[in-house]
Design a protein around this ligand. Structure first.
Ligand SMILES: Cc1ncc(COP(=O)(O)O)c(C=O)c1O
Length: 390
């Protein structure tokens, strides 16, 4: 059973650290959940603690088998153990792949708006950050493939990050879109860095397809590095365990060698236990959580459309993030953030942090108890009424 009765106002929690400035502030930001990490995972971790020793631990066969089975059964991705590389987090894995599969000054294409650390990872590894703006059609993001093709030619970029489902837009790219992406990337000999960390959060009207799935075919798989973990769907971001999947033999050899050189595969013992347990025992729990999140998604989307029409939500096809367009208020990004905090006592992620295309937007995380979500929505309505009165 899912448990949404959690208090996160302690323990150096990243999301809740903002309340030191205003204890009335409600943060709906960082992409983890206000839903308890499932009890069966915490119990499995407890059993490790009960052995009284936290020494060096090897990844077990059961751990690898759990990943392989999960990816096959849930995402139609066929993997072998030797195609997996363990990393502490998806961000670390992305940086690692960029460093070892591209050269200094190479361009990396990133669809904008984007998960903000992408920019830092690319910049700090001294690669060129090549921003590719998504365009809006009927309030949803779409990929302008002609422009992408042109950008690949002009920029001479070597890789593209494909975030599916997309953070912050909540888009689930269709199979047709993924196939076109793959065709264009292939024509330009471009490496695809497929960040699919959000793909276990899936709603009844949209099921994400993996770039490395059997459906997408061998060619797509061979030019793709898949980045994944159990952390988003099972609320395990603090346990530091993720993996890359690599099918192309040459890239695999390069990355395996680099992984040995950096000892990067020595991931957290409790993280491995948590991941294995999530994948072995978590299907039913996840179905329940996804149904709960889908109702939250519907509630947030419909409430805003009906009650606060000046805020235009993008419909989240996936993820537990809703991307909100506040442009109708005519506020600067700084004013918007300040007024949301001061008038609504609400803290959201400013869209401007997600690239130029995020100007005038805010991101709200709806993976919380429904009463907390309702509170946040009422705060948005209050913000709206207060701003319009002035
Ligand atoms: C799209 C995306 N990729 C990567 C990450 C970070 O994952 P990790 O904590 O494994 O580095 C996040 C976290 O919010 C994310 O939304």
């Amino acid at each position: 059973m899912i448990d949404t009765n959690v208090n996160r106002q302690h323990g150096n929690n990243v999301k809740w650290s903002v309340i030191k400035d205003d204890d009335q502030l409600l943060p709906m930001t960082v992409a983890d959940m206000g839903i308890a990490t499932p009890q069966f995972i915490r119990e499995a971790m407890q059993r490790v603690l009960d052995t009284k020793v936290l020494g060096y631990t090897m990844p077990s066969t059961g751990f690898y088998d759990a990943i392989i089975r999960w990816q096959k059964e849930h995402h139609d991705v066929t993997l072998k153990r030797e195609q997996l590389i363990l990393v502490p987090s998806v961000a670390v894995g992305l940086s690692f792949a960029i460093r070892h599969l591209t050269q200094v000054d190479d361009g990396i294409i990133v669809m904008s708006p984007y998960y903000p650390p992408y920019k830092q990872l690319v910049d700090d590894n001294h690669r060129q950050f090549v921003e590719f703006p998504l365009v809006q059609r009927e309030g949803q993001y779409v990929i302008d493939f002609n422009r992408l093709d042109q950008l690949m030619t002009d920029s001479q970029a070597k890789a593209i990050i494909v975030c599916n489902p997309h953070n912050p837009g909540g888009c689930v790219w269709t199979t047709t879109e993924l196939q076109r992406l793959e065709d264009i990337a292939n024509a330009h000999h471009m490496l695809v860095l497929a960040d699919e960390i959000h793909d276990d959060v899936a709603f009844s009207d949209n099921v994400p397809v993996s770039m490395m799935s059997d459906l997408m075919g061998e060619e797509a798989a061979s030019q793709t590095i898949l980045l994944k973990s159990a952390t988003k769907a099972f609320n395990l971001a603090g346990v530091k365990c993720a993996y890359l999947a690599v099918k192309d033999p040459q890239m695999l050899t390069t990355l395996k060698q680099a992984a040995a050189a950096e000892a990067i595969e020595e991931v957290n013992t409790l993280g491995m236990v948590a991941t294995q347990t999530a994948y072995e025992q978590g299907s039913e729990w996840l179905t329940e959580v996804n149904a709960y999140l889908e109702e939250n998604r519907n509630l947030a989307y419909e409430y805003l459309r009906e009650q606060v029409p000046m805020i235009r939500p993008m419909y989240p096809e996936g993820t537990y993030l809703i991307w909100l367009d506040f442009m109708a208020y005519g506020l600067s990004d700084a004013e918007l953030d300040t007024k949301l905090r001061d008038l609504g006592h609400l803290c959201l992620n400013p869209g401007i942090d997600y690239g130029k295309t995020g100007k005038g937007f805010m991101r709200l995380n709806f993976a919380v108890d429904r009463s907390v979500l309702k509170d946040a929505l009422h705060r948005l309505k209050h913000f709206d009424e207060s701003v319009r009165q002035k």
